[in-house]
Structures are given as C-alpha cells and as structure tokens.
Design a protein around this ligand. Structure first.
Ligand SMILES: *Cc1c(COP(=O)(O)O)cnc(C)c1O
Length: 365
C-alpha cells in the first residue's frame, strides 16, 4: 500500500509525463534517502545555500547558482534580483518597486499559463510586465520599442506552452538585451539541456527541479555571479515566502549529480512500450505504435489510436474511464481530439505498463 493510500487517497498511475498536478516526479531511492537524512539533521543554512549555489554553477557551467522552491519561485526571485539587486532596503520593500527600473519585457506569445501565469510570478517579484508585439507575431522592433529607462530585464520563456511561431528567437532576444545593456532571464523550467542558455551568454536561467532533472519539488537559478548573488539576497525579502527547505536542497543536489551521470533510457522505454503494444495486439479498436517525442527528445511513447466504431468508446470516453478507475490511470492526452491516447513510459513505476494493458483489455473487450 502506498503512503498516499494509507492516508485515504487514491492510487495514481502516471502515464502522462512530468505533471505538477500528479506530483511532478517520483524520485529515485537515492534522492529520497538524501532527503530523509537531511530532514533528520541540522546544518548551517547559509553554508548550505552557498554550497548549493556552487554545485548548481558547476552542473550548469554558470558563474553562480541559487536553489529555489520551484521554477515559479525562480521567476519571482530573478525578477526581484534584477530590480532590487543587493540593496537591503529595496529588497525589503519588494514587490513594491516604485521608483526603480522595474519593467520586465516579455513577448506576447510567451506570456503563458503553465499551471500558473508567468506574468503573476513576475509581479510577485516586483516586476511590471510589459508585453511586446502580438500573440502570434513579434518583431525585433516591438522589443526594442518597449525598452525604456525603466526596463529591468527581458524574459524569454522556452516551453511547449509558449507560442512557437512568429516569436523572436532566444538568440535574438539575447542580442537585443545585451545591445541595450540589459540582462536576459530565461525560463527553461522543463528543458533537459542545463548548459545551452548559459553557454550562449544568458544572464539568469531558471529550471524546475522536479521536471527533467527528476528531483523533488524544487528549482534552481543559474547565471552570472552578479545576478545569482542578488538572487540569494532576495531570501531576506520576497524569497522568504518561498523558502526552499534543507531536505529539498539535498534532494535537488543529489538529483543534479545523478542527472550528470544519467544513462540513456531510450531502449528501456521502447521495451516497456513494446510490451504494452503486444498485450494490446488482439484488443479490438486499438492501433498502437511507438512515436518519438515531437520536440526530438529521447522519449518513446506509445500512441494508441482508438477506433470508436469498433471500440464502442471514443478516446475521450476511454480516458475518463481510465481516470475514474482504481488505480486511477492518467494518460497523455494532447491528441485526444484526433482519437489518440498516448502513454509516456518515463514516469511509470516497475510493472505499471502491465496494469495499464490489463485495464485497457477490460475496458475494450
Ligand atoms: C512548470 C513550469 C514552471 C513552473 O515550475 P515549478 O517548478 O512547478 O514552479 C514555470 N515555467 C514553465 C514554462 C513551466 O513549464
């Protein structure tokens, strides 16, 4: 019995991905052990924060680093850092930033909702959001025209949530920022590459600890020393309301170590998904195939195309049956309009692909 069932909650099988709504990542035992040990002991927190910063810097190739409660907190803290710097009086009055350069320029197609709104996280850090351009088209002139003496930074959001077409690229935003002596903040919450944006010269880059890095609920900021020092300083201000615990920091650092030595899981993913497809081979109304991630990442999902005539259920009805069962099975449903249900092998715990196959057999027989 899982700890959640012991507390009266339903058992969940996550076949959808790194979903905050389902608890993001189930951490490796080595990470859980580090968190448990950290929770049962004391440490000098300022020493821990400094060491975490050094390790984050090393893992990302940046000059400095700062652990956070999550990527959302990372946006708020980065914003406060570029506005208030290390001035204690300014830090303590955030998010009230009147009189300081406090405008954060973001492309309109990047002002998205990832489960929370990017613009609200900026506001929590004292930033005034300036949306440049149009939802589906932003020209260089829109960004340059939005820059004033009140601009504190430009923010670039790298995410499938953001509009992909018609936006200024990361490199273009970087060039505009630096040509105007402004920092560029990158929200790379779910990105797998911890080095690229830093290597290109981004000033602050934000990652979620619970997504690609597969750590606990946590996050990190990496970047130029001047700015990451200012991020640390915000824990005397707005950062205090988003304090990252010693357990989460040790979990994050352990996850970063594991991430650096991560081996490819592509073959294992394909094996699991092939097993699932074989188990479904004789089930009427389902056509399965293995499909690599749209963004080209090393993720091999099973796409199940449901023929509603034969299955007597549409993909959406099947999804709702799977979610209301016990255990509740959550699939990846970006293509459910097209009659496709996809199964993400990465979050599955040992043997759960078999439970999913059995449940589909029962529902479709
Ligand atoms: C998930 C996500 C966040 C928030 O990350 P948390 O670690 O859950 O706070 C921010 N920005 C983007 C683009 C995201 O995808």
């Amino acid at each position: 019995m899982s700890i959640y069932q012991k507390f009266g909650l339903k058992q969940v099988i996550n076949a959808s991905g790194k979903m905050t709504a389902l608890g993001a990542s189930a951490v490796h035992p080595e990470i859980a052990e580090a968190m448990g040990k950290a929770a049962m002991d004391y440490v000098d927190i300022s020493e821990l924060m400094a060491e975490a910063g050094r390790r984050i810097a090393k893992a990302t190739g940046a000059e400095g680093g700062c652990p956070t409660l999550g990527a959302s907190a990372g946006i708020a803290i980065s914003t406060a850092a570029v506005i208030a710097g290390t001035n204690l009086v300014d830090i303590e009055r955030m998010p009230h930033s009147e009189g300081l350069a406090n405008e954060i320029i973001i492309q309109k197609g990047h002002s998205v909702h990832f489960g929370g709104a990017v613009h609200q996280m900026i506001a929590i850090g004292g930033g005034k959001v300036v949306e440049a351009g149009h939802a589906n088209q932003v020209e260089r002139a829109h960004i340059e025209g939005a820059i004033t003496s009140n601009t504190a930074a430009l923010l670039y959001v790298k995410s499938h949530h953001a509009v992909q077409k018609g936006m200024q690229s990361f490199l273009s935003m970087l060039e505009i920022a630096h040509a105007n002596k402004l920092p560029l903040i990158v929200d790379a919450a779910a990105e797998e590459d911890l080095h690229y944006y830093i290597a290109q010269g981004a000033d602050l880059v934000i990652y979620s600890g619970g997504k690609a890095i597969e750590g606990p609920t946590s996050g990190l900021i990496c970047g130029k020393a001047k700015y990451t020092q200012a991020c640390h300083a915000q824990f005397k201000g707005v950062g205090r309301a988003m304090k990252v615990g010693k357990e989460a920091i040790m979990g994050l650092l352990t996850a970063l170590e594991r991430y650096e030595n991560k081996e490819s899981t592509g073959e294992e993913q394909k094996r699991k998904m092939n097993e699932l497809l074989q188990a479904l081979a004789d089930v009427p109304g389902v056509q399965g195939r293995i499909v690599q991630d749209e963004a080209g990442r090393e993720i091999y999902r099973a796409h199940l195309t449901i023929d509603p005539e034969v299955a007597k259920l549409t993909a959406k009805e099947l999804i709702s049956e799977l979610e209301s069962g016990n255990p509740a099975i959550y699939t990846r449903n970006h293509y459910s309009n097209l009659g496709i249900i996809s199964i993400d092998p990465r979050p599955l715990l040992v043997g759960q692909e078999q439970i999913i196959a059995q449940r589909l057999q029962e529902l479709l027989k």
